[in-house]
Design a binder for this molecule. Structure first.
Ligand SMILES: C[S@@+](CC[C@H](N)C(=O)[O-])C[C@H]1O[C@@H](n2cnc3c(N)ncnc32)[C@H](O)[C@@H]1O
Length: 209
């Protein structure tokens, strides 16, 4: 928890309490439905919560904006971002029902009012979003195909509407067809070794009506 405060010192008392509660909620739910590995539960804040919040260091979300988290699994990056931005609407989607069950329980435990969780493949989701966030779900080319047509026309943020994807390792090959993709290394924001090879990829997407 200190790790979160180290990089996000301006949390409200409610946000601090919500971030703190995450450990217990995931420990309890993981016993019933395994969504996070044991090792990752022990390092929940380093590997999941802070990593998710890396997106906020690249682009902070404006009140009223809409964010889609594709393949959210147990709720990453969507849930930590929803705690950080209570006035932003988050839609968390996963094709596996038991994962969405955990997400729904964690959302209830935290009393988050800005999260909708849907059990479906993202290809079946309609709606327009300012940004589509994700981690560890698919190669960029497949992902772009899935989310085509789900980006809102008007860009209100500093960065153009599109994808903000948490990726690791060398992305040269994967991104070579996307000349407008920008890689933001997270080791410029977080000093822990875990972030040495991690980054956020911003890929603006054109609106398709
Ligand atoms: C490796 S997990 C990552 C979970 C989470 N994003 C994280 O980083 O902890 C990939 C998740 O993507 C989901 N997924 C894969 N293809 C999907 C699709 N087309 N639509 C929705 N969810 C999908 C899987 O069910 C799985 O929960």
């Amino acid at each position: 928890m200190e790790l979160i405060l180290k990089y996000f010192p301006e949390l409200t008392a409610e946000q601090k309490a919500q971030f703190e509660l995450l450990q217990k909620l995931y420990e309890d739910w993981n016993i019933k439905i395994n969504v996070v590995s044991r090792k990752d539960i022990d390092e929940l804040y380093l590997r999941h919560v802070l990593h998710s919040l890396g997106i906020a260091k690249i682009q902070s979300f404006l009140p009223g904006s809409k964010i889609l988290d594709v393949g959210t699994g147990g709720g990453f990056p969507g849930i930590p971002l929803a705690i950080l931005y209570p006035e932003v609407q988050f839609h968390l989607v996963d094709s596996i029902g038991k994962k969405i069950k955990v997400v729904a329980e964690v959302v209830e435990g935290l009393q988050l009012k800005n999260v909708k969780a849907t059990n479906d493949r993202v290809e079946n989701v309609s709606g327009k979003y300012d940004f589509i966030v994700s981690r560890a779900v698919a190669q960029m080319e497949t992902f772009v195909h899935w989310v085509n047509g789900k980006v809102a026309k008007k860009s209100l943020h500093e960065k153009k509407n599109g994808i903000l994807y948490l990726k690791g390792g060398d992305l040269t090959e994967e991104l070579k067809i996307y000349r407008n993709a920008v890689i933001y290394p997270l080791n410029e924001y977080f000093e822990e070794d875990f972030y040495e090879t991690k980054s956020v990829v911003h890929l603006p997407l054109k609106f398709k009506g």
